[in-house]
Design a protein around this ligand. Structure first.
Ligand code: 4AD
Ligand code: MG
Length: 465
């Protein structure tokens, strides 16, 4: 008989009062005084569980069903009926329960029915998807990923894969992981200069911090492109908002400018949130109960609120005027720290904020210089709860300005000959941005720590699995 998922039971109405077969794992079990077992089963297809009623008359009741514990896997057949209890909508009156996998030593099963803290379950990366919370987040993450691809597809953007192994330090911050097959214990590695031939690729290469520069090459040919993949930053930022390996969506558009691309970025965020509201209601209801009681209101509100658009200069003025209530002093030329971002977004504007035109010294070499020659045409989008979610800019499309900037920043120009070619042969104004997938998951779900937004988090000192 065809198996039906719990998601199908709850979303398609045609299974009621019919015999169905489903499979899953036991989340909890209770035995009544008159010898009936009530099993709560999950299968990961949604946040819903289903109650299975197992009576003594089942042939394997005493030998097996009575002995089931949390985590055992089963295949169940029986009548699907409405539940008289208000704890669940449906239940299955089982006529057959086949035990597929037992749990060894149930008292030591780390994901037992007990309530565990988020920090405790983080120690069991391979088992934590069995918890309600992590499975809810995994499903929402999937829907967010689909929504972003779908939105870009609807607007005619072409997906391009940019290299993960690269020689380019796109952000110029130097915080890259070097990729090498040389033995770190070998003296060759500690020598200052290693022969080119000793390198696998004939030169030093790294894990990418951003695919933007190579994505620009495709934007300057296909007009509208995006890349979506893992990104690596060897920064010592051990905060609740930073991962060492995270997923970044990068969007690049030719014949575009900062207005055009920042409006598009706002639309993209809203599309993703509305897609989650439309497609993840059972998961959101779970989060509403356990994590953020305002989640549905908050997300709906986000769809209806216009992002505030301000210049970096204005942001600094606001922060200076309110210096007395913010812990950290700031002056023109400083980067905003998280307390400044929080003040602007949560207290002052009470809305998402787009900050534009940052001092050039704060930003990467590729950003287009403004007429004042002090600032660049860059923008960051800040959201409540997470801070910076998107960073983007117009790209410097004038070869002479680009070369001056590279000189000022001491970049090895030879590595960028190809990048300069894009400005020599039919240059075009273009702009783009990068969106951190995990920060978007933080915002949507309301969870506190970015380590819950990705299945196997990598942070300083942690790379399990
Ligand atoms: O602002 P960033 O560094 O921008 C770039 O890399 C550009 N080259 C993107 C582009 O224009 N194509 O990073 C973009 C976004 C940030 O706004 C943030 O959401 C996320 O990536 N991000 C991180 N997310 C988690 N952990 C980290 N360590 C992150 N660093 C950046
Ligand atoms: Mg940034």
């Amino acid at each position: 008989m065809k198996k039906i998922s719990i998601f199908e039971i709850y979303t398609k109405n045609n299974y009621l009062n019919k015999i169905i077969t489903m499979s899953g794992w036991i989340r909890s079990k209770r035995i009544s005084k008159i010898g009936i077992s009530f099993l709560t089963i999950y299968d990961g297809s949604s946040a819903y569980t289903i109650q299975v009623i197992a009576k003594k008359s089942l042939f394997n009741y005493s030998a097996e069903i009575r002995k089931l514990t949390v985590g055992c896997s089963v295949i169940v057949s029986g009548y699907l009926t409405l539940s008289p209890s208000n704890l669940q909508t449906y239940e299955i009156q089982a006529n057959k329960i086949k035990i597929i996998g037992w749990v060894d030593r149930p008292d030591s099963y780390p994901m037992s029915a007990k309530k565990h803290t988020i920090e405790y379950i983080r120690n069991f990366g391979h088992l934590r998807p069995r918890t309600n919370l992590i499975s809810v987040i995994a499903r929402i993450r999937n829907v967010v990923f689909q929504s972003l691809n779908q939105f870009l597809n609807n607007y005619g953007y072409i997906w391009v894969s940019t290299p993960i192994i690269t020689s380019i330090d796109t952000e110029g911050s130097g915080s890259m992981f070097q990729v090498s097959i040389l033995d770190v214990n070998n003296h060759l590695h500690t020598k200052k200069s290693i022969n080119k031939e000793n390198y696998f690729f004939g030169k030093k290469v790294f894990l990418t911090v951003s695919g933007q520069l190579t994505l620009e090459a495709y934007a300057c040919a296909l007009s509208k492109v995006y890349s979506f993949g893992p990104t690596f930053r060897a920064e010592n930022s051990n905060t609740k908002k930073h991962l060492t390996e995270f997923w970044m969506l990068e969007v690049e558009k030719a014949f575009s400018d900062i207005n055009d691309i920042s409006i598009f970025a706002e639309k993209l965020l809203k599309y993703s949130v509305s897609f989650v509201l439309d497609n993840c209601i059972s998961d959101l209801l779970f989060l509403q109960k356990k994590i953020d009681k305002n989640i549905i209101f908050r997300l709906n509100n986000f769809l209806n609120i216009d992002f505030v658009n301000i210049e970096y200069n204005e942001a600094i003025n606001i922060l200076l005027k309110n210096n007395n209530i913010i812990n950290q002093k700031i002056s023109w030329g400083d980067d905003l720290s998280s307390c400044h971002e929080k003040y602007l977004v949560n207290n002052y504007f009470k809305a998402p904020v787009i900050i534009r035109n940052y001092p050039k010294l704060l930003k990467a070499f590729y950003m287009r210089i403004n007429e004042d020659e002090k600032t660049v045409s860059a923008f960051d989008i800040l959201l409540p709860h997470v801070g910076e979610i998107i960073g983007g800019s117009e790209r410097e499309d004038r070869i002479n300005y680009l070369e001056t900037r590279m000189n000022e920043m001491g970049l090895n120009k030879e590595n960028y000959d190809w990048y300069k070619d894009l400005r020599k042969y039919g240059t075009v104004p273009h702009a783009g941005f990068g969106l951190g997938l995990e920060r978007l998951i933080l915002f949507i779900t309301g969870i506190k720590n970015i380590r819950e937004s990705i299945p196997f988090p990598r942070t300083v000192g942690h790379a399990d699995f």
